[in-house]
Design a protein around this ligand. Structure first.
Ligand code: FRU
Length: 510
């Protein structure tokens, strides 16, 4: 009797446990953000959906936990939430395999397909560390990304010493050809091809917007407009120190693309730089190609780090995490379009215990919210509050000896994340407050917050402003308070959920 009970308990424990649950024991290991089992990761690459699987390739050093030996790591998921890491896809060879994209060549325009099966084609930058030449190269897979062959006539676009990188390719239906964006210095070059092997230069965009740092990882894509229709958006990473929160950041332009040339609204002398995310840790974002038409969403994910301190992040035995996947859409604000982001709805499957706080007035000062203390280290918080024009209000997230504030400052009209007392990571510029301009009508602010051991993502006003920041607190999450300066504030509603860890051994499609 005892024996049977013990055996079934063991069996239960074995099937409940994620295949590689040891990884969640590690300090700062995100519960529901993708991280490699071990070693270095930077940009997401080659994002493509094919035969029921979302593929995520990523810049990976299989030999160590700092940038180097760049290769493409690989993970697959059937729901964008639970990821299984696969064997290395494209290892470093005579060149490092820098960032790029992947397409399913359904018409076999490249000729790489066999027996009616379309090839999965990876288009990436080959970087030669000896002479610093960067050029664009192809590899292809006939077995859903499990094994790869390099194209024998690489490169398909010659380069010279210096940055010329990060090809993102998509099929342009109106002109029936492939379009590639590649960055060089402070511009984006557009190329076209019928077969992915031969490319012609179409046009060049830039300099424009923020150019005080080299441009990288460009992407041109159509993004749905809230309320109907779609527009073209060009996103570009700026590295160096010019990002909105210091270091690296992602800017964007909204405009028209006629198959040859991208023209931003207002022309290339566009006014103020538009930033996708106002935190320090959002870079090299890329969207999935190949989503079924019936899905209709544009979904992307970014490297959650800043190039200025990425190599020093205090995590082991891995270094590097991605954001949660987000749905993109455009919102009209005045006479311009704002690129907004919302967490993908698939994440709701991670919700477990819920805590609800009744509406209440909070006098100047801080009111503890004990209901949140026991939810664990992965949390989603949905908060709506009203703040008086005289001050700031929001949440204090406690991590034992550390704290992080998230709120709205009505005096200067900004939503912010303040990680100045957030922990022990001493990299230059890390301890800072990151703010995004936001005019809250009637002082009412809504925040959707995703907290996960070593990161926070704040979606304000239904995704109109986003702040993504890494956190390395002294102690694990220990509870929250609502605080208000000056005249006080009202909590209109507050729901919070404990979020479960992803299943890192999740089944792949059959
Ligand atoms: C962006 C980036 C890309 C490059 C890759 C190299 O973080 O610098 O421009 O392809 O990383 O790892």
């Amino acid at each position: 009797m005892m024996r049977t009970a013990m055996i079934s308990l063991l069996a239960l424990a074995a099937c409940d446990a994620p295949a590689r649950d040891v990884t969640f024991e590690e300090r700062y290991r995100p519960l529901y953000h993708f991280t490699p089992d071990r070693n270095w990761m930077n940009d997401p690459n080659g994002l493509v959906f094919y035969e029921g699987e979302y593929h995520l390739f990523f810049q990976h050093n299989p030999r160590g936990d700092r940038w180097g030996h760049l290769s493409w790591g690989h993970a697959v998921s059937t729901d964008l939430v639970n990821w299984r890491q696969m064997p290395l896809a494209l290892p470093e060879r005579d060149v490092m395999i820098f960032s790029g994209s992947t397409v399913i060549d359904t018409q076999n325009s490249s000729g790489f397909g066999r027996d009616g099966a379309p090839p999965m084609v990876a288009i990436y930058t080959g970087y030669n560390p000896r002479n610093h030449v960067e050029n664009q190269q192809l590899s292809f897979s006939l077995d859903r990304g499990r094994s790869w062959r390099d194209y024998e006539n690489n490169p398909v676009l010659e380069g010279r010493a210096g940055m010329f990188r990060d090809p993102k390719v998509f099929w342009h239906e109106p002109t029936q050809r492939w379009i590639m964006t590649v960055s060089r210095a402070d511009s984006v070059l557009f190329f076209a091809s019928q077969n992915l092997r031969e490319w012609i230069h179409l046009s060049t965009f830039g300099p424009a917007g923020e150019v005080d740092g080299p441009w990288e990882v460009p992407e041109l894509m159509q993004v749905p407009v809230d309320g109907g229709g779609a527009r073209w958006v060009l996103t570009v990473g700026v590295t160096g120190h010019a990002g909105v929160a210091g270091g690296s950041g992602v800017q964007y332009f909204v405009g028209e693309f006629d198959g040859e040339r991208f023209v931003p609204d207002g022309g290339e002398r566009v006014g103020a730089t538009r930033w996708v995310d106002y935190g320090a840790d959002f870079y090299a974002a890329q969207s999935w190609s190949g989503l079924p038409q019936s899905d209709g969403r544009r979904i992307w994910i970014a490297w959650m780090a800043n190039t200025s301190y990425a190599n020093e992040q205090p995590t082991r035995p891995w270094r590097g995490a991605l954001t949660i996947p987000r749905t993109l859409y455009l919102m009209r604000e005045g006479d311009a379009y704002t690129l907004a982001q919302r967490p993908i709805r698939e994440l709701e499957q991670l919700r477990r215990v819920q805590a609800t706080i009744a509406p209440r007035e909070v006098a100047a000062g801080a009111a503890p919210l004990p209901e949140l203390a026991s939810l664990g280290e992965g949390l989603e918080i949905d908060l709506k509050f009203r703040v008086d024009q005289a001050g700031a209000a929001g949440l204090i997230l406690h991590f034992g000896r550390s704290e992080v504030r998230v709120g709205y400052d009505a005096r200067n009209g900004t939503v912010f994340v303040d990680r100045r007392r957030g922990g022990r990571f001493n990299a230059e510029g890390f301890a800072a407050l990151h703010a995004a301009p936001l005019s809250a009508s009637d002082g009412v602010v809504t925040l959707r917050i995703f907290l996960d051991r070593s990161s926070i993502e704040v979606f304000a006003q239904d995704g109109a402003r986003v702040i993504t920041d890494l956190l390395f607190p002294e102690d694990p999450f220990s509870g929250a308070s609502f605080y208000a300066e000056a005249a006080g504030a009202d909590i209109v509603h507050l729901n919070a959920w404990a979020l479960a860890a992803m299943d890192r051994g999740a089944a792949q499609a059959k």
